[in-house]
Design a protein around this ligand. Sequence first.
Ligand SMILES: O=C(O)CCC(=O)C(=O)O
Length: 364
Amino acid sequence: MNESSSSSSRAMGTVDVDQAFIQEPEHRPSLSIIEGQGIPVIDLSPVTSNNPSLSSIDALVKEIGSACKEWGFFQVTNHGVPLSLRRNLLEASKSFFAQSFQDKKKVSRDETSASGYYDTEHTKNVRDWKEVFDFLAKEPTLFPLTSDEHDDRILHWTNKNPQHPPHFRDILKEYIKEMEKLSYKLLELIALSLGLESKRFEEFFGDQTSFVRLNYYPPCPYPHLALGVGPHKDSGALTILDQDDVGGLQVKRKTHDQEWINVEPIPHAYIINLADMIQVWSNGAYESVEHRVIVNSEKERFSIPYFLFPAHDIEVKPLKELIHEHNPPKYRPYKSGKFLLKRFEGNFQKHREENLQIHHFKIA
Ligand SMILES: O=C(O)CCC(=O)C(=O)O
């Protein structure tokens, strides 16, 4: 953590622990390890190779469907994203965060755009033990000025572009192209697994509000009290996550025991995480899954999620093809951008009330 950003690093290493980082007892991580056995690992070669057979695609759709239903979380291999590009981005991320706090602050996030550096994110009102750099997939990204439903004013967000490391922007831009390709493939497979037309979700993403996040988790002397990211569900459509080999991501297993289990790093794989909008679009057939990041007292960790979000003015609601007499809509419609803005507002300060979640739109 940055010295000048808070008293935390000095205090956490010595006597006091900055209370902002301290999780409520029920959220503190148990340091005993539960291995993530059973988390599906899915080979995407039927949709990334040149001559896939129809039967291999059918089998893949079934595999994706059961992973979505049973876990909401899975890893994919043979996804087609070049390893050299992933390595370049990871190196660029390490080199960015290795700079002085003053240099990183030159590209701080501010009220004009969600892009940039910050180290003050809160998840569910507790500060996360991490530093972050966010980079928008589209420039400009159109976003509402306020979360007030009656306010139509729009902002044009652009990216912050650090001077260091060189080619940072180019690498991120290239990476985003790959993320878009992979996310559309995944959306098609998810649509087919729900019995929908393969391109059903595409119309929501013409004008997206997606972004790449570079996460840096410094070693933490109090891994039993703090979390790198507190328990949360992602609020977009889906997340494609690259994690390094340190480990720390945990997912709350949906089946039987609701235990937190480790998502083991698999070399070259990506972690796919269904987010809230898939839950609403599928009318609850698939659910977003709670996850968190535990910190390490010795090792630093890097991860790179790509958060896929639709255009800000998309009304998110259960898809009509999936609704019928015996499956009435379970959620009221909400506007994607307004929802996200409300969540952002809660991510930067300690509020007393719970920040906005899709269960607030659930029809009783
Ligand atoms: O670092 C990770 O493994 C997960 C990060 C995450 O959940 C987030 O940034 O929302």
